[in-house]
Design a binder for this molecule. Structure first.
Ligand code: AP5
Ligand code: MG
Length: 212
């Protein structure tokens, strides 16, 4: 079963997607990871997206929709977990059209929620692998060797948008543009809400319960 995963910055979308994709053999598609890769490689897409990522604003819909369309072209029937897309109503509508065209569906739209103070703690303490996208936290999930990714051995970094000013802009963008999608998926009978507080494995079990 393919699923859509939503939630504010730092709620645990990437962390849970990693577990879901390994356990349920689904392809993890993260729009944020795709943009960061494009920025790092200085592609046309990366050049267009960079200023939005740096400031915490949403990348314009037509750019995001074009990028996800390309990813869908390579799916070849594989089930997927979409992390961070759609984030606006036009993106959700474009996704519906894309899924129809490719004859695939995502039965559940899972919204994770956590109180705001915890989001700040999670984001300011996060460290990320720029090579394989593994996610760490200085308190709750430090790498085995300081500064080095357990999975691929690359040097881990702090994301440039994980600073308090930009975090504020990202949270506002979520409330303004993405929260309304709850109603959108309620109307389609696909909405489920999952408490993202607590241990990573507890949250994972809750998600499995919600999508079964
Ligand atoms: P994106 O990369 O998607 O960022 P985000 O939505 O802000 O979410 P994050 O990746 O910051 O958080 P997460 O929920 O994945 O949390 P994580 O698992 O890492 O997007 C970045 C930018 O790209 C956007 O600002 C925008 O500019 C652009 N963009 C992307 N998609 C777009 C779209 N569709 N439209 C327009 N623009 C778009 O966890 C966070 C930390 O918490 C980690 O340290 C982790 O170890 C820790 N943690 C996780 N779970 C727990 C737990 N249960 N307990 C304790 N700690 C935990
Ligand atoms: Mg993420």
């Amino acid at each position: 079963m393919s699923i859509l995963l939503f939630g504010p910055p730092g709620v645990g979308k990437g962390t849970q997607s990693e577990l879901l994709s390994k356990n349920l053999k689904m392809k993890h598609i993260s729009s944020g990871d795709l943009f960061r890769k494009a920025v790092k490689e200085k592609t046309q897409l990366g050049l267009k997206a960079k200023s939005y990522l740096d400031s915490g604003k949403l990348v314009p819909d037509e750019i995001v929709i074009g990028m996800i369309g390309e990813v869908f072209g390579d799916l070849k029937g594989q089930e997927f977990i979409l992390d961070g897309f759609p984030r606006t109503t036009p993106q959700a509508e474009a996704l519906e059209a894309l899924m129809e065209e490719k004859n695939v569906s995502a039965k559940k739209a899972v919204f994770l929620h956590v109180e705001q103070a915890a989001l700040f703690r999670r984001l300011t303490g996060r460290r990320s692998c720029p090579s394989c996208n593994a996610v760490y936290h200085i308190d709750s999930k430090p790498p085995k060797k300081d500064g080095v990714c357990d999975s691929c051995g690359a040097n881990i970094i702090q994301r440039s948008d994980d600073n308090p000013d930009v975090i504020g802009t990202r949270l506002e963008a979520y409330e303004r543009s993405t929260s309304p999608l709850k109603e959108y998926y309620k109307k389609k009978n696909r909405f489920v809400e999952v408490n993202g507080a607590g241990e990573v494995n507890e949250v994972f079990e809750r998600i499995l319960g919600a999508i079964s």
